[in-house]
Ligand binder design. Structure first.
Ligand code: CP3
Length: 344
């Protein structure tokens, strides 16, 4: 059957006259309706595990803006929780987890096949969404990549330079590698269930890929992305995969070929002109407007949006930000970005 959804057409390699558009963290605190539903749920994690309310916040930006894709509302840190880590969020600060710093910490984690009891509500959210989304809107599922998720599991929180994870990798490589393998296996099972429930695309978030040196980038970013993508495509032929090795720099070159992902998501550290030449040659790219434009707006937003559309116009492109929209963004600037992409 000929594919009609614009996101799926771009992911299949088609160059469209107007790039389809969605936005990282499009369901989030910059929207008053999100804040209201989060308050109704109680807190962020309760919202993630409440299928009705998680589906509701996923739909809010679709109703308000008519984005071409909806991204499942959940978090990359639900997988560590499903593996047995304690997880909580400190308001204004971010996530906290029990730490993994030794073989005995690792031994307490559960097996990849035991994650679904915790994660079943997420699959239910996906099922609700497939029934509720407009026909033209693509549903994107996602997971964190092993390296990025491991940085939080090892440190027990977000860190500037991922120091504790680099230290475990250097000092206890067997524990580190076992954790990477467990996360790789669990991610395959988790994404597989999302796809069975109705996710039409999956995105792999490797937010801290940029802190790996060239050799480690191959071993701990490229190789897990290749293994996960291959396993998903074997089980679910044709499932499109978006890879996001954030701040990979030159590591973006050849990433799609080396991993088998259908699209490479770009952060702001690369110019669209450079990325068109070095990354889009291999297929679809996604990105890469600076999210600060959603705060500042104005002519700079319009000019930069037009420059990105222009730079990528000769190949498959999905318009997006280079990272998630921030809570201080103005919802009207999001509309201005969409109007500029769609209206020129
Ligand atoms: O994009 C979407 O709208 C889908 C949902 C989504 C969330 N987190 C919701 C969320 C996705 C895809 C993520 C990914 C995620 N989560 C990443 C990778 C992408 C990135 O941002 O680099 C990471 C590193 C996390 C872990 C995480 N979750 C952190 C560090 C934080 C705290 C920082 C913050 O923004 O507050 C979260 C919380 C979080 N995840 C929020 C949302 C909407 C804010 C929670 C709230 O409502 O208070």
């Amino acid at each position: 059957m000929t594919q009609q959804k614009t996101i799926l057409r771009a992911l299949a390699g088609e160059t469209l006259p107007t790039p389809p558009i969605w936005m990282m963290r499009q369901a989030g605190r910059y929207l008053p309706e999100y804040r209201a539903t989060r308050a109704e749920a109680g807190d962020f994690l309760k919202l993630c595990y409440n299928p009705e309310l998680a589906a509701e916040v996923t739909l809010q930006p679709i109703r308000r803006y008519g984005f071409d894709a909806a991204i499942l509302f959940a978090d990359i840190l639900l997988v560590p929780q499903a593996l047995g880590a304690d997880l909580w969020f400190v308001t204004g600060e971010g996530p906290r987890l029990s730490t993994i710093t030794s073989q005995s910490d690792f031994n307490k984690l559960s097996d990849k096949d035991n994650i679904h009891e915790t994660l079943n509500p997420i699959y239910e959210t996906v099922r609700i969404l497939r029934g509720a989304l407009p026909d033209e809107t693509t549903l994107i599922g996602f997971a964190g990549m092993p390296w990025t998720v491991a940085t939080y599991m090892i440190a027990g929180q977000g860190t500037k330079d991922q120091g504790p994870a680099h230290a475990l990798k250097a000092e206890h490589p067997a524990v580190f590698d076992a954790l990477m393998d467990r996360l790789t296996e669990a991610t395959i099972e988790y994404l597989s269930k999302q796809i069975e429930a109705g996710a039409e695309v999956v995105k792999l978030f490797d937010s801290w890929a940029g802190s790996l040196n060239a050799a480690d980038f191959q071993k701990y970013a490229v190789e897990p992305a290749r293994v996960i993508t291959q396993a998903l495509k074997e089980r679910h032929p044709g499932i499109p995969v978006i890879g996001f090795p954030r701040e990979a720099g030159d590591g973006y070159i050849g990433f799609a070929k080396a991993t088998g992902v259908d699209c490479v998501a770009l952060d702001n550290s690369v110019s669209p002109e450079w990325a068109a030449k070095h990354v889009q040659v291999d297929g679809c790219v996604q990105g890469n407007l600076k999210s600060s434009h959603m705060v500042t707006g104005g002519q700079a937003l319009v000019d930069e949006t037009r420059a990105i559309v222009k730079a990528f116009k000769n190949g498959p492109h999905i318009f997006n930000l280079g990272h998630g929209i921030t809570p201080d963004a103005d919802p009207e600037n999001v509309q201005l970005m969409i109007d500029t992409v769609r209206g020129g």
